[in-house]
Design a protein around this ligand. Sequence first.
Ligand SMILES: [Zn+2]
Ligand SMILES: [Zn+2]
Length: 133
Amino acid sequence: MIVKTIKDKGLKITPQRQLIGEVLDGNKTHPSAEDVYKKVSKIAPTVSIATVYKTLNSLADLGVIQRLDVGDGKAHFDPDITPHSHFVCLNCKRIFDISTSAPLPDFGEEFRVVKAQAVYYGYCKECQDQKEE
Ligand SMILES: [Zn+2]
Ligand SMILES: [Zn+2]
């Protein structure tokens, strides 16, 4: 719950934050700011895209949500802030959560790895099936 995370962090619940929380909670599609704006404008038509951008970025900066860069030039937002990796389908462009059980890489003495968050690229099951037909 985004609103709960905001409270737990001792941050202020503004109407904008509440709204973004409503739209983003439980969302597993990793929407861009534009996608979030489309949903927000259905609930609150007076909220501008600039406000949505600002609120999303400040929530990400505060660690309430996660900002994700998958290399398509847009920031995507994820309400799941636990470390997890992502899989980007090169055909349908959807972003999936994946959990890998791969061991953390060992870079020797110089760098000690404590977590890894990777973005993998390829084709999702649906797109693979389409190609075979
Ligand atoms: Zn796909
Ligand atoms: Zn995710």
